[in-house]
Design a protein around this ligand. Structure first.
Ligand SMILES: *[C@@H]1O[C@H](CO)[C@@H](O)[C@H](O)[C@H]1NC(C)=O
Ligand SMILES: *[C@@H]1O[C@H](CO)[C@@H](O)[C@H](O)[C@H]1NC(C)=O
Ligand SMILES: *[C@@H]1O[C@H](CO)[C@@H](O)[C@H](O)[C@H]1NC(C)=O
Ligand SMILES: *[C@@H]1O[C@H](CO)[C@@H](O)[C@H](O)[C@H]1NC(C)=O
Length: 402
C-alpha cells in the first residue's frame, strides 16, 4: 500500500484547488466509472482492501484514508453498494463529508454484491452454495470481520459504525450474537439510518408485490445465482413485468424504497448508476418472512427444517433488547421500508435501554433521503453525535496538505 500512500499524498497536496474544481453540485456518475475515478474528481485518495470472513467470503472495502485519524465504517443497505455514500453533493455525501471533516472513512460491501463476489473456495457463478446467505450471515460474520480488520489496519481501539437499512439489520443481529462483547468494546457508536427490523407495516412496492406473486420462487428459477444485478436489469425487468401483470416493469430505487420531495433527482440518478448491486434470493426471502409475521428472527426453514437447524419448531427471534452499543436511531416519516409504525415496535423492544443515546423522526424523509436528500438536518445531527462519541481533532491547515 505504500505506493498508494505516496500517490495519495501527492493528490492531497492539490486539494487547495478543491472548492472550484467540482462546482456547487456534483458530477454525473456513469455506470462504467470506478470509485477511484470518481473520487479523484474531488482529489480524494482511495485504497482497496480485501477482508476475509470466518466463513471464507472475501469482502472488498474502499478506504478514504487519513492515517491515525478516528475511524468511521459506513455499511450500505440491501441491493446497494459502497457507492451509496458518494452520490450526493460533497457536503451531503456522508463518505466525502466525513473524510473532509478529518475522519478515516471505510466503505464496506456486503457479501454477494458486485464488489464482494469472492470466496476462498466457492465460485460465485458455479457454486449455488455461495448464494446461500441472508443478512443473518452478514450479521454473524461480515460485521465482526470488517471491524476487526479495520481496527487492526488502523491501529485504533474503536470505530463508529454507520449502517443504512440492511446495514442496521446486520448490526442488530451482530450486537446480540457471539461477538457482542467484542463489538461492545470496539464500536463507540452505532448510527442506524432507517433501522430495518420489523416489516409488518412496510409498503415498498417491490416487497409487497414480491410477496403477493411469490416472486422468490419464480426468480430463483430464472436466476439460480445472484439476483438484482445491474447487468441483469433488462431481463429481470421484462420478467417482473410479466409475472406481476404489469405492476412492476422497471426496477428503480424508487420502486424498492419510495421517495420524498426532499430527495434530489440528480442524486437518485447517480445512485441508480450502480443500483441494484445484487444480493441472494434467500436474503430477500428472509425479509419477506417478516411481512407475514410480526417478528424479527432467524430464517424460517419450515417446521422440519427449523427443528434441524435450531432444534425448535419456530425460528428463534433476535434479542434486540440485549443491545449494549451506544445507538442512535434516525428514522424518516415517509420511509416505506422502515416506516414509523415498525420503528415504534423496535423502540418498544429497546424501551428503557440506556444505550439508545439518540432517536429522532425526520419529517418527510424517505428511505433514501440519507443518501440523496436536499437537506442537511440529519447530517448536522450525526456530526454532533460524532463530536461526542468519536471526536476528531480540528485539522490544522498544514495537516490538510499531507
Ligand atoms: C460545505 O460545508 C462547508 C463547511 O462544512 C461550508 O463552508 C460550505 O459552504 C458548504 N458548501 C456547500 C456547497 O454547501
Ligand atoms: C478476490 O480476493 C482476492 C484477495 O483475496 C483478490 O486478489 C482478487 O482480486 C479478488 N477477486 C475479485 C474478483 O474480487
Ligand atoms: C444452506 O445452508 C444451510 C445451513 O446454513 C443448509 O442447511 C442448507 O441445506 C443450505 N441450502 C442449500 C441450497 O445449499
Ligand atoms: C494486522 O495488520 C498487520 C499489518 O498492519 C498485518 O501484517 C496482519 O496480518 C494483520 N492481522 C490481521 C489478523 O489482519
Amino acid at each position: 500500500m505504500s505506493w498508494l500512500r505516496s500517490v495519495s499524498a501527492l493528490i492531497t497536496i492539490c486539494a487547495c484547488a478543491w472548492p472550484g474544481a467540482v462546482g456547487q453540485g456534483m458530477p454525473k456518475i456513469h455506470h462504467s466509472e470506478s470509485t477511484e475515478e470518481y473520487l479523484s474528481k474531488y482529489y480524494i485518495p482511495v485504497e482497496e482492501h480485501f477482508i476475509t470472513t470466518e466463513d471464507k467470503y472475501i469482502l472488498r472495502s474502499f478506504r478514504l484514508p487519513r492515517q491515525g485519524a478516528p475511524v468511521v465504517l459506513l455499511q450500505h443497505g440491501v441491493l446497494a453498494s459502497s457507492w451509496c455514500w458518494l452520490v450526493n453533493t460533497p457536503n451531503r455525501s456522508l463518505g466525502i463529508s466525513l473524510w473532509k471533516m478529518g475522519y478515516d472513512v471505510w466503505l464496506t460491501n456486503s457479501r454477494g454484491n458486485t464488489f464482494s463476489r469472492n470466496h476462498t473456495e466457492l465460485k460465485p457463478f458455479l457454486d449455488k452454495q455461495f448464494w446461500n446467505y441472508t443478512f443473518d450471515d452478514m450479521g454473524y460474520f461480515d460485521v465482526v470481520a470488517n471491524v476487526r480488520y479495520i481496527l487492526n489496519a488502523t491501529s485504533r481501539k474503536d470505530l463508529t459504525f454507520v449502517g443504512w437499512s440492511q446495514g442496521t439489520s446486520q448490526m442488530f443481529v451482530a450486537a446480540q450474537g457471539p461477538d457482542r462483547d467484542y463489538l461492545k468494546s470496539h464500536v463507540n457508536l452505532f448510527v442506524a439510518l432507517s433501522p430495518v427490523t420489523y416489516l409488518t407495516h412496510q409498503s415498498s412496492l417491490l416487497l409487497s408485490v414480491a410477496q403477493k406473486f411469490r416472486l422468490g420462487v419464480i426468480l430463483e428459477k430464472a436466476f439460480p445465482y445472484d439476483v438484482f444485478s445491474w447487468s441483469e436489469l433488462p431481463t429481470l425487468g421484462s420478467l417482473l413485468c410479466k409475472v406481476t401483470l404489469g405492476v412492476i416493469c422497471d426496477i428503480t430505487v424508487d420502486v424498492i424504497c419510495g421517495r420524498s420531495q426532499k430527495d434530489s433527482s440528480d442524486a437518485i440518478l447517480n445512485l441508480a448508476a450502480h443500483f441494484p448491486a445484487g444480493t441472494s434470493i434467500k436474503d430477500l426471502d428472509h425479509y419477506e418472512q417478516f411481512i407475514d409475521y410480526e417478528h424479527f428472527g432467524r430464517f424460517d426453514y419450515g417446521t422440519m427444517g427449523n427443528l434441524e437447524h435450531y432444534g425448535l419448531e419456530l425460528p428463534p427471534e433476535y434479542s434486540l433488547s440485549e443491545l449494549e452499543i451506544p445507538t442512535a436511531l434516525f428514522c424518516g416519516s415517509k420511509d416505506t421500508l422502515a416506516g414509523p409504525k415498525d420503528v415504534e415496535r423496535l423502540k418498544m423492544d429497546l424501551k428503557g435501554n440506556k444505550h439508545v443515546v439518540f432517536s429522532k423522526e425526520y419529517e418527510d424523509y424517505s428511505h433514501l433521503t440519507w443518501m440523496v436528500g436536499l437537506t442537511d438536518e440529519w447530517i448536522t445531527d450525526l456530526k454532533a453525535l460524532l463530536r461526542q462519541y468519536n471526536p476528531v481533532r480540528p485539522m490544522e491547515a498544514s495537516e490538510l496538505l499531507v
